[in-house]
Design a protein around this ligand. Structure first.
Ligand code: DX5
Ligand code: ZN
Length: 226
C-alpha cells in the first residue's frame, strides 16, 4: 500500500496548562504526530486554541504538528499558522466550497501539508475533486464523530468512506478522528486508515504507550494484508 502509520494523540485531551510537557510525554510514549484541534466557536460549538498557542508549543518541540481547522474561514489561518511552524493544515470541505483551490495553493506555499476533512454527514464524493485535481490535498481526514468535542462514540458507519477512499487512492494518507482506541482501531485500520487520531483513549489510559503501540500494530498488520 505504501503508506506508513502515524499515531497522533489529540492534544485536546491533554492538560492545556501543561501543553509542552504533555506533548513531550506523548512523544516519549511513541506518538508520531501531535494532533492540534483549532476551533473557532462558530464552525463548531467549542473554542480552543490558535496560532499563538502553536507558536508557544513550537518553541518546545520539533514534532509534526497536525493542525485540524474546525473554523468557518480557514483561509484566514494559513498565514498565521505557517508563520509559527504548523506542519499539517487540514481544513473542512464544508468550509471551503468557494476557495479550496486557493487554500491548497496557499497552504503549500507556506510549507505546510494540506489536508481536507469531512463531517459525518458529508458524502465522500465531495472530497474527490480535491484529491483528483492538479494541485491536490495530501491527506483526507474522515471524521468518525461530530467535530467539536473529545470523548464521543466512534461511528463505525464512517468506515464505508475510508474503504472507498483506500480503494481509489492506494498511497494517500487517510486519517480518522473521533472515538479511536483499542476497541475501534481494527475497524479503522482494516478499512484502510493509516493516520490515527486518539484523544481520550490515549490520555485516559493507565499506559498510554501501550495504547499507541497497539494502534500502530493494527495499522501495520492491516497494511500487510493489502
Ligand atoms: C473532535 C476532535 C478530535 C478529538 C478526538 O472534534 O477533532 O480530535 O480530540 O477525541 P477522542 O479521541 O476523545 O474522540
Ligand atoms: Zn481533530
Amino acid at each position: 500500500m505504501g503508506v506508513t502509520p502515524k499515531i497522533a494523540p489529540s492534544m485536546l485531551s491533554s492538560d492545556f496548562a501543561n501543553l509542552a510537557s504533555e506533548a513531550k510525554r506523548m512523544l516519549d510514549f511513541g506518538a508520531d504526530w501531535l494532533h492540534m484541534d483549532i476551533m473557532d466557536g462558530h464552525f463548531v460549538p467549542n473554542l480552543t486554541i490558535g496560532a499563538p498557542v502553536i507558536e508557544s508549543l513550537r518553541k518546545h518541540t520539533k514534532a509534526y504538528l497536525d493542525c485540524h481547522l474546525m473554523v468557518t474561514n480557514p483561509i484566514d489561518y494559513v498565514e498565521p499558522l505557517g508563520k509559527v511552524g504548523a506542519s499539517g493544515f487540514t481544513f473542512h470541505v464544508e468550509a471551503s466550497k468557494e476557495n479550496w483551490q486557493e487554500l491548497i495553493q496557499k497552504i503549500k506555499s507556506k510549507g505546510m501539508k494540506p489536508g481536507v476533512a469531512l463531517k459525518p454527514g458529508t458524502p465522500i464524493e465531495e472530497v474527490y475533486p480535491l484529491v483528483d485535481c492538479e494541485n491536490p490535498v495530501e491527506m483526507v481526514l474522515v471524521m468518525t464523530v461530530e467535530p467539536g468535542f473529545g470523548g464521543q462514540k466512534f461511528m463505525p458507519e464512517m468506515m464505508d468512506k475510508v474503504r472507498a477512499l483506500r480503494k481509489k487512492y492506494a498511497s494517500l494518507d487517510i486519517e480518522v478522528d473521533g472515538g479511536l482506541g483499542p476497541s475501534t482501531i481494527d475497524m479503522a485500520a482494516s478499512a484502510g486508515a493509516n493516520c490515527i487520531v486518539a484523544g481520550s483513549s490515549v490520555f485516559g489510559a493507565p499506559e498510554p504507550a501501550a495504547v499507541i503501540s497497539h494502534m500502530r500494530k493494527s495499522v501495520l498488520e492491516n497494511e500487510e494484508k493489502c
